[in-house]
Ligand binder design. Sequence first.
Ligand code: GUN
Ligand code: ZN
Length: 440
Amino acid sequence: MQTASQKTVLRGSYVTFTGNPFVEDAASCFRHESDGAIILSDGKIESAGNAEIVLAHLSGEYDLHDYRGTDKLIMPGFIDTHVHYPQTQVIGAYGAQLLDWLNKYTFPAEGAFVDKKHADKVAEVFLSELTKAGTTTAAIYCTVHPQSVDAFFEVSEKFGTRMIAGKVCMDRHAPDFLTDTPQSAYDNSKSLIEKWHNKGRNLYAITPRFAPTSTHEQLEALGALRNEFQDVYVQSHLSENMKEIEWVKSLFPERDGYLDIYDHYNLTGAKSIYGHCIHMEDREWASMKERGTIAAFCPTSNLYIGSGLFDLERATIGKEAVPTTIASDVGGGTSLSMLQTMQEGYKIAQMKHFSLSAIRAYYLATRGGAEALGLSDKIGSIETGLEADLIVMDLKSTPLIDFRMENVDSIEDALFVQMIMGDDRAIQATYANGKKIYHK
Ligand code: GUN
Ligand code: ZN
């Protein structure tokens, strides 16, 4: 039985998103409660709103977490839709573009995950850093080793976070120590789905790394698995780098371009997340739109591995818009902070003569991500009944930000300054499933 004393009340200013600012007028897409209270009970948001009204309905004892003051802002936890936890130790590897970067840095680092203890250790570091940066849900690539998935979900359960993750499948063009086969990819992925999918807050993603590292037979086997488990996720990479695209076309000459491979093998549509989508053809955008395939914009990675500039305007505006999300892509990306990710996203949009407003950027990193993933009834907003994944921002986390904030007079401006100047230091506290799991 739930007792009143188990409740937690977060008191302070909060912001949450209520609509899609790429479609509707931004002002009608968010709610800012300057004197707010959020009641957490049993891992969920029991109610939220103006403090006077909300607290009037609350009886009995509760734990008060007081974040009142102009330097704090509560909001939903961030959602990062594409990130590789085994690459935590190769962030910032020097001097290579995609295919060389994979061979030189990524594959050796992933090889070490044959050792479960190593996987345990990296999962722990990764999730500490991720939640310290305010991210409470992410779509995660593990390695080819099933134990890398066990390690990840075991640690995630400890944190109480809602995570999507999957075993990478590769049966060619990778070192022997990182390859599986069509049959073992199918069998191991299936066992992992049965073991982890929808157990607690864990969700599974069938994860062919990208078309060049899977044979036709492996893609076919994974498409069949997807057919058996229609509510699991799929994640992979698409059209990131020009050399990669040429290579893909030479490996699948019978298909009509890169995305058509995934379309053909039943690996697209709702709950299918494709990282990058940079060098896209019109018919590929049209297919994503028609099927509801999700694009993950990975700004720090676009720039760092030098792959190209995602066309955010094309992806999000107008009748041809596709489900679009924002992601770190660590270790190709350079930061787990969604604030830094938004900052680089803003710059990429600027380079393409499109402006990413704060309301749109934070929407992508919270409710927009949840909507694209089909999880908006669970996460991404501060609303009664949703799971209590929240962050408290410190709006004055450095002396310069503090000074800059003196010259801010709206919530939009405050949010914009944070996404341009802030990083993990701007996260005061992180809550997952109603519990405080990080405090600065
Ligand atoms: N394409 C295939 N594998 C990867 C990866 O690990 N990172 C990135 N950025 N692109 C990829
Ligand atoms: Zn990636």
